[in-house]
Ligand binder design. Structure first.
Ligand SMILES: NC(=O)c1ccc[n+]([C@@H]2O[C@H](COP(=O)([O-])OP(=O)(O)OC[C@H]3O[C@@H](n4cnc5c(N)ncnc54)[C@H](OP(=O)(O)O)[C@@H]3O)[C@@H](O)[C@H]2O)c1
Length: 333
């Protein structure tokens, strides 16, 4: 095209799953214009992979190792059950692929540190799919909070829960690393990590364990410098809940749906003492017409195209904290 810039190359993605979340995290964003294409889908069962490929118009399918051998795959989206994330991400990195891995990447800091070191060595990008941070609304609110709009933050309270009624769901399996903490509690811990420095101290946990052996609800209390935090997570929430309250020396803020900005307009509502406009501006519906998954895939594709590499900052600390919380919860029983 004379005079114009050549179009940036589209990211060629392989899926390491046939579950439902890839529709939200990959297929819909591509339909909405993300610069990526799904070129391969892998399953433990070749028949299921073929059927998925047919249904979603993916040109090729097969097993995990076939996916990693494909030269036409730039990056792998890992959305298997939690227990496999770090291992599959490492396989992919060793095969020279960039990785977008569903949250949580893991709770073994050694495995995640090895992954980060290999990503660095092989110049590939590894990102943990905390999609909410890619959305302009929560990202904007995090930015103003970090800039001190509430003064010094003193308290963070997060509640995220829903009612899981399927009895065969991977979230109910201890061996697949299910449970409320790993499913939704990890978001709350991530938010606390975004607003505090260093690894918080765990001051208490309270867990309701279900018949399959996973935590159906859990509450984690944390301390980080002057900040006290409480993170509640549930797979048995009487009513779906997703909210955070952040209180500082100058004011308080309630975030409605901070982790579910899939609808336009996750809103930050001043609780007291605050009369600013920026959180409201950044959450205005028209400012963010797409889902958080679309912003996440756009950013990942853009960063790969720009030659970014290495593991996302904070990835090892998050695994460390999750692991320590899980240990503490296990000690309760
Ligand atoms: N970011 C978000 O908003 C979000 C939302 C939902 C889920 N997630 C994350 O995505 C991951 C998958 O959750 P999901 O709800 O999509 O699960 P799912 O529907 O059960 O899908 C998981 C997929 O993993 C594959 N798999 C590999 N080993 C498996 C095993 N031992 N047992 C069952 N399936 C296995 C299966 O594909 P094959 O059978 O074809 O191999 C299956 O389709 C979880 O880590 C979850 O935390 C994220």
């Amino acid at each position: 095209m004379a005079g114009g810039r050549p179009p940036a190359r589209r990211l060629r993605l392989g899926l390491a799953c046939t579950g439902w979340i890839a529709d939200w995290a990959v297929h819909q964003p591509i339909r909405d214009g993300s610069p990526a294409d799904v070129v391969f889908v892998a399953s433990r069962d070749p028949g299921r992979a073929r059927e998925y490929a047919r249904r979603w118009s993916v040109p090729a399918s097969g097993g995990w190792w076939e996916l990693l051998e494909r030269r036409d795959v730039d990056a792998v989206y890992v959305a298997t059950p939690n227990a496999d994330h770090a291992r599959l991400a490492l396989d992919a990195v060793l095969a020279g692929k960039h990785v977008l891995c569903e949250k949580p990447l893991g709770r073994d800091p050694h495995a995640v540190a090895e992954l980060a070191a290999e990503a660095h060595r092989r110049h590939v990008l590894v990102r943990e799919a905390y999609h909410y941070r890619a959305h302009p609304a929560p990202a904007g609110v995090l930015a103003v909070l970090r800039a001190g709009v509430l003064g010094t933050i003193r308290r963070i309270d997060v509640r995220y829960g829903w009612w899981l009624d399927r009895t065969d769901d991977v979230r109910l399996s201890p061996s697949l690393d299910g449970g409320a903490l790993m499913d939704v509690g990890c978001y709350g811990l991530d938010l606390v990590g975004q607003l505090t420095r260093g690894l918080p101290e765990i001051t208490g946990t309270r867990t309701l364990t279900g018949p399959t052996g996973v935590d159906l609800t859990c509450e984690v209390r944390l301390r980080s410098g002057p900040v006290r935090a409480r993170v509640w997570a549930g797979l048995r929430a009487a009513r779906p809940v997703c909210e955070a309250r952040v209180t500082g020396t100058k004011g308080g803020l309630r975030l409605r749906s901070p982790f579910l900005p899939v609808m336009p307009g996750a809103v930050a509502i001043p609780l007291f003492g605050a009369s600013w406009s920026s959180p409201v501006e950044v959450t205005a519906p028209r400012a963010a017409p797409f889902t958080s998954y679309k912003y996440q895939l756009d950013a990942f594709a853009r960063d790969v195209a720009a030659g970014a590499w290495g593991a996302e900052e904070g990835i090892v600390g998050r695994a460390h904290l999750l692991g320590r919380v899980r240990e503490r919860m296990t000690g309760e029983r």
